[in-house]
Design a protein around this ligand. Structure first.
Ligand SMILES: [Zn+2]
Length: 129
């Protein structure tokens, strides 16, 4: 009972904060890269999904779980979704463009994130079912 209460409280709190900080951070990145979405939505997505992009609608959906990650990974996820505004696939052109946005080879960032994600998913799954 106590754990459920605590989890509900934490969940509400995390979602509130995510709604404030993620669209704001994305807007900063939009200005920085002159790449704009029409809409950004913060919403819990199914396990392992931290972001989605609907290029046809220029809409990006970000999971509130992102804010549980170390802050340096926020941009990696947000920029990945923003790159889909231009390239709605995962072909070579997409990864080249993402590397430009990141200012670093996407593979280096991906390796760093993969190492951490196993642990992260377990505890973020506990907090944000
Ligand atoms: Zn993608």
């Amino acid at each position: 009972m106590l754990q459920k209460w605590l989890r509900d409280k934490l969940q509400g709190y995390i979602i509130d904060i995510a709604n404030r900080v993620l669209p704001q951070r994305m807007h900063e990145l939009e200005v920085q890269h002159c790449l704009y979405a029409k809409k950004v939505i913060v919403k819990i997505l199914r396990k392992n999904i931290l972001g989605l992009c609907y290029p046809g609608y220029k809409t990006i959906i970000l999971s509130p779980r992102i804010i549980l990650l170390p802050q340096r990974y926020w941009d990696t996820i947000i920029l990945h979704e923003m790159a889909h505004l231009k390239f709605p696939h995962h072909r070579k052109a997409f990864w080249s463009f993402l590397t430009i946005l990141l200012g670093e080879d996407f593979k280096l960032q991906k390796d760093r994130m993969d190492t951490m994600m196993g642990i992260f998913y377990n505890y973020s799954e506990f907090l944000l079912k």
